[in-house]
Design a protein around this ligand. Structure first.
Ligand SMILES: [Zn+2]
Length: 248
């Protein structure tokens, strides 16, 4: 039985997607001593603003803010994510390398088609990773099958009906710092100024929208700020007593 090397993997199409979708929840896990790994599929080389070198540096800075255990990149060309055999194997290799209990991924329906493709790619790989007859090697070593216990989707641009929320009241500020580390992508005039065209996410209003949404989700569960998730599989609980106070 191979030991797990990470508790959670967050797969994302582009560096900054994971921060945006679930940065607050990631930092909470890190602060609880859990090992979280972000695996970005591409270097986001088709982005209107910034360049690959800058984006790499920004991703490293954001990783520090979120106290990540590791951050990897699959080096798939931006705009070509799909669930072909080569890419499925790349993702299976990562799942079998890190052996996480939870896999987090982009949602099924999204504004950016790469996000949808990443969802399908990770869903397939997460399943095939558990199959004995899919054989993979990494750095010359044969890998053992592994299947995560849970698969969750974070929220990006489009809303979906969440089936649980995580309280991020204590980590929202650092989530915003992690996003602002991507100064070429989000509105951060102190760190990055250019005459490149403004994009959907570089508008000053984008971060405001994100905070408002976190506030709105927080209100639903009686806290200040929250992030919304969708569990691919139904979530069961042992007993309704988890909602009762212990006897005094
Ligand atoms: Zn993206």
């Amino acid at each position: 039985m191979k030991l797990k090397k990470a508790d959670v993997i967050v797969f994302a199409a582009h560096p900054d997607d994971a921060e945006l979708g679930c940065g607050g929840s990631i930092l909470k896990l890190s602060k609880e001593g859990k090992k979280v790994v972000i695996i970005d599929a591409t270097q986001s080389e088709l982005s209107t603003r910034g360049n690959i070198e800058l984006r790499q540096k920004e991703a490293e800075d954001a990783a520090q803010v979120l106290k990540l255990h590791a951050r990897e990149n699959l080096n798939i060309h931006d705009g070509t994510i799909s669930s072909n055999e080569e890419y499925i194997i790349k993702v299976v290799q990562q799942i079998r390398k890190w052996r996480p209990e939870i896999i987090i991924m982009p949602p099924q329906f999204e504004r950016h088609p790469d996000h949808e493709e990443m969802h399908r790619l990770v869903r397939k790989a997460a399943f095939f990773s558990g199959l004995q007859k899919i054989e993979t090697e990494l750095e010359g070593e044969k890998q053992e099958p592994h299947r995560a216990k849970r698969m969750f989707c974070f929220m990006q641009t489009y809303d979906f009906q969440p089936n649980f929320y995580v309280d991020i009241s204590d980590t929202l500020d650092e989530k915003v710092s992690a996003m602002k580390a991507f100064a070429s992508q989000f509105h951060n005039p102190e760190k990055y100024q250019s005459d490149e065209p403004e994009t959907f996410i570089s508008r000053p209003g984008f971060l405001e929208m994100l905070e408002s949404r976190a506030r709105y989700f927080g209100e639903k569960i009686g806290v200040k700020y929250a992030e919304a998730f969708y569990s691919v599989e139904p979530i069961g609980i042992d007993s309704l007593s988890i909602f009762l106070k212990p006897n005094e």
